[in-house]
Design a binder for this molecule. Structure first.
Ligand code: FE2
Length: 452
């Protein structure tokens, strides 16, 4: 029997002991008050208490992990990334303007050199970066506008090889269109037959409005026939006339697909007028689809045709959330021709997203992690494979802070990550000796400061 003691849980008062056996959570037990040692108010002023693991090896039969009053959460989720393009920025040249279009040109040059080995090596390296930040569930889009689908085959192999670190969903993404690209429909069908988890699309990029509409109907029918999830790059533009979300939402409503369908980006919604949005939101609520926003990518790539005032180029995250729709945040890119930064830490994206979307009000701060945990899990249809409940997989992450607010504020990193009941990764806080003789424990990059 393994356990975590002194765990703080989201939305629950007090401290808990979590137990698991054979990879499943077996008990969540409230603890009797153990005094000041574990409470957040007793923390060192300049550093969060560090979780400790007793028993020697990561895979020994019985371990006790002391969370020291810190938050224990289910793994964070990365619901939208392009693992086939990550870690390629600067190859063969840098995107000097930083625009979407120069990014496409850079990628065309890099894509000519892509091999299966190259794809797999970069994907595995990126997955390890994600896992180091406590992420265990990932959805990647893979470009299937490629004769032969070699990159997709490589990513399906990565999906199996990476299982010790993450559960990976692979979505067939037609980067250059379904209707506008030669054999686009056939490639999508082949991708589904090869075993992708989800069907994608890019209707705003098709040559005509009609092609965009027909591409949505095609991909939805394909997903229904093969019982796959759907995740469409939808209206990723500042063009207020790009209105394929209504087509996707109506198809979702008619097919009864609900939360199995996700609309990614929908940045045009940031440019829709309020009268149209009022009508649109009625349909979105009837359809019940999910939304993914990629705030760092969108603030960087959108608004490029504006002078001033300059649009933020994001979808209406706060309004979707207030309407009861499921919305979450994602990284989209890590060090690729479209976005040169990123390190796998989705808390950085959460921080940026809440700023950009005017979501730093008190209530927002108390539930900030919803947008990188439960909401994302719903978008990925993880169901009972996710969450801290008895009978569910013992996938647990000890953060280096004690609340949503503190995790967000201090970028509270993953101290211990447990996957299927085994310690996958642990991190210790670094120490710095202050010359003025202050406490030796230094706020780490993961835990800058406690309450004081
Ligand atoms: Fe994307």
């Amino acid at each position: 029997m393994n356990r975590i003691v002194n765990a703080r849980l989201r939305d629950r008062e007090g401290l808990f002991t979590l137990r698991w056996e054979a990879g499943l959570i077996t008990a969540i037990e409230p603890q009797v008050d153990t005094g000041p040692a574990s409470g957040p108010t007793s923390r060192p002023v300049d550093g969060a208490a560090s979780a400790t693991v007793s028993a020697a090896a990561a895979d020994t039969a019985a371990e006790t992990i002391d969370a020291a009053g810190n938050l224990v959460v289910p793994p964070l989720v990365e619901p939208h990334i392009h693992l086939d393009a990550t870690l390629t920025a600067g190859e063969p040249r840098w995107n000097l303007s930083g625009t979407l279009f120069e990014g496409i040109a850079c990628w065309a040059e890099r894509k000519a050199r892509v091999t299966a080995q190259d794809t797999k090596a970069r994907a595995h390296e990126t997955i390890r970066m994600l896992a180091a930040h406590g992420i265990q569930h990932v959805r990647t889009h893979v470009d299937v506008t490629e004769p032969g689908l070699g990159t997709l085959q490589a990513m399906l192999e990565v999906r199996e090889e990476a299982r010790p670190l993450v559960d990976l969903q692979v979505v067939a993404f037609p980067q250059e269109g379904i209707e506008s690209y030669p054999d686009g429909r056939r490639l999508m069908i082949e991708a589904v037959e090869m075993g992708v988890d989800g069907v994608g699309g890019i209707p705003h990029f098709e040559n005509t409005r009609d092609q965009g509409v027909s591409s949505v109907h095609f991909l939805m029918d394909l997903a229904v026939r093969h019982d796959r999830l759907v995740d469409v790059h939808c209206d990723e533009t500042d063009d207020p006339h790009s209105r394929f979300l209504e087509v996707l939402a109506e198809a979702t409503r008619v097919q009864g697909m609900g939360s199995r369908v996700t609309a990614s980006h929908t940045t045009a919604m940031g440019s829709y007028d309020n009268a149209y949005c009022s009508k649109l939101f009625r349909l979105l609520k009837q359809a019940g689809l999910s939304f993914i926003s990629c705030p760092t990518e969108s603030i960087h790539l959108q608004g490029r045709f504006d002078t001033y005032p300059k649009r933020r180029g994001l979808t209406r995250v706060a309004e979707l959330d207030q309407a009861g729709l499921n919305v979450c945040f994602a990284q989209d890119s890590i060090v690729d021709p479209w976005y040169p930064l990123g390190n796998g830490n989705i808390l950085r994206i959460l921080d940026a997203g809440l700023h950009i979307c005017h979501m730093l009000g008190y209530e927002d701060l108390q539930r900030a992690l919803d947008f990188v945990t439960d909401h994302s899990a719903r978008a990925l249809a993880l169901g009972e494979g996710y969450g801290i409940e008895v009978g569910r997989p013992a996938n647990l992450v000890v953060r280096s802070a004690d609340s949503d607010y503190e995790v967000l504020r201090s970028q509270g990193g993953a101290q211990v990550s447990i996957r299927h009941g085994r310690v996958l990764m642990r991190k210790t806080l670094p120490e710095i000796c202050w010359q003025d003789g202050r406490d030796a424990r230094m706020p780490s990059p993961d835990a800058q400061g406690g309450r004081g």
